[in-house]
Design a protein around this ligand. Structure first.
Ligand SMILES: Cc1ncc(COP(=O)(O)O)c(C=O)c1O
Length: 426
């Protein structure tokens, strides 16, 4: 099967590296030898600078569940730009959005930021100010954005040896960050036993930066109970999970944190993040002595796009349809793996899923280290070469949008079957 020609993307890359370090504006976009340079998107598809069409299952790392060029969003954004895309003081419609979020996500008070990184950074400040304690626990393999204190043990080469996940982060800055193992309540309990002064624990309630690893039954309950007993503020980083079903992870995990951080898909592709939680905790901001600011916070463009997204596009009915398509994709992959006796496994939930080139779905980061990354790269480059963007990286997952249909799933599975057959015979 002939592969798409991406020579123009290659030459864009060769030009870009002279002006932009690595040729990309987010390190994670360089997965193969050069990235795709994209020109536009519509519905479930994107087109690159060579004019190739791709059915996209990455959907901007999960941010585009409304589909590219959604007419409701386009309309609202154009109207809003005409009225002023940012007005300086408080935008009147931010209250309407706060009320929508409160009802949908079962929280009492809400503050808006623009990106996930900002929101998780502020959430730990709020938690520390509230608990008046300085240590924070995070789980290995969980990603909370690109700020220093949580950029620790995100993707270490060796499991459970504490290390910053970037050069340029001094040891002193991560001194108060403690690392626990996902799905291992004992590791969490031990940290609490051995440390004083723990103010917060932050986690992705379903781990989505090492594929898709749900919490074991009772693990999250145990974490929350132990935290409550020890006055530790619980933060759910729902930057991804918040948009994967109607009310985010609480639809699945049946425990409520003290603070939820939500982002990515909730504003129809515009930058908006939410720090929300219990009145008692969020009220710590009332004194004005706990800093949370941002020029673009709750700007009219993001606020109005979010209102339309949550009220008119990502409805219960939309999730019903997207979940059905996800089950179809998941079943198809499982059948292919079984028919080919391939050493691979699928993890899937709500509207997302992932393929691991390993015979079982990992439970934590140390098991995730067993996946065959070279095989994944081979699968990824072949799928891309045949017009399917299956996901963004081996630690990522596919996301369905309201624009995908059964034909997209059938095409994805046909190409996946051919690709996996080739991988099997290598
Ligand atoms: C769970 C989680 N938290 C935080 C972030 C950071 O969000 P942003 O890239 O908008 O800063 C991400 C990004 O992928 C994420 O997956």
């Amino acid at each position: 099967m002939e592969m798409l020609n991406t020579e123009k993307s290659r030459s864009f890359y060769e030009e870009a590296i002279d002006h932009v370090p690595m040729g990309v504006n987010s390190n994670y976009r360089l997965v193969l030898n050069y990235p795709l340079y994209l020109k536009r998107g519509k519905g479930s598809k994107v087109w690159d600078v060579d004019g190739n069409e791709y059915i996209d299952f990455n959907m901007a790392y999960g941010a585009m569940e409304v589909g590219y060029g959604n007419p409701l969003i386009v309309n609202e954004v154009v109207k809003t730009v005409e009225e002023g895309s940012i007005l300086g003081f408080e935008y009147c419609k931010a209250i309407e959005l706060a009320k929508i979020i409160k009802k949908r996500y079962n929280v009492d008070m809400v503050r808006f930021s623009s990106t996930g990184t900002e929101a998780t950074m502020h959430s730990i400040r709020i938690a520390r100010a509230y608990s008046r304690k300085k240590k924070i626990i995070k789980f290995e393999g969980h990603y909370h954005g690109s700020h220093d204190q949580l950029l620790v043990n995100v993707d270490p080469e060796k499991s459970m040896v504490k290390l910053p996940s970037s050069e340029g982060i001094p040891e002193e800055v991560i001194k108060n960050t403690l690392i626990a193992e996902w799905n291992n309540l004992e590791s969490f309990e031990k940290i609490i036993r051995e440390n004083k002064d723990i103010g917060a624990v932050i986690m992705e309630p379903i781990a989505m930066n090492m594929g898709l690893i749900p919490p074991d039954k009772d693990f999250l309950k145990g974490v929350v109970e132990l935290s409550r007993e020890n006055n530790i503020t619980v933060i759910f980083d729902e930057i991804k999970t918040g948009g994967k079903s109607f009310s985010g992870a609480s639809d699945y995990v049946e425990v409520e944190p003290d603070i939820k951080v939500i982002g990515k898909s909730i504003a129809g592709g515009l930058p908006l993040s939410v720090i929300a939680g219990k009145r008692e905790v969020m009220s710590i901001l009332n004194s004005g002595r706990v800093a949370h600011g941002g020029t673009f916070n709750a700007n009219p463009l993001s606020v109005r796009a979010a209102i339309v997204t949550l009220e008119k596009i990502l409805t219960e009915n939309a999730f019903y349809k997207m979940k059905r398509l996800n089950r179809m994709l998941t079943r198809g992959y499982n059948d292919i793996i079984e028919d080919l006796s391939l050493e691979a496994s699928i993890s899937s939930l709500a509207i997302s899923g992932t393929i691991y080139f390993h015979n079982k779905v990992p439970k934590n980061y140390s098991e995730f280290l067993n996946v065959d990354v070279e095989k994944w790269r081979n699968y990824f480059s072949k799928m891309m070469g045949r017009g399917i963007i299956p996901m963004a990286d081996y630690d990522e997952q596919w996301t369905l949008s309201i624009a995908h249909d059964e034909k997209d799933i059938e095409n994805h599975l046909t190409i996946a079957e051919n690709t996996l057959k080739e991988i099997k015979s290598l």
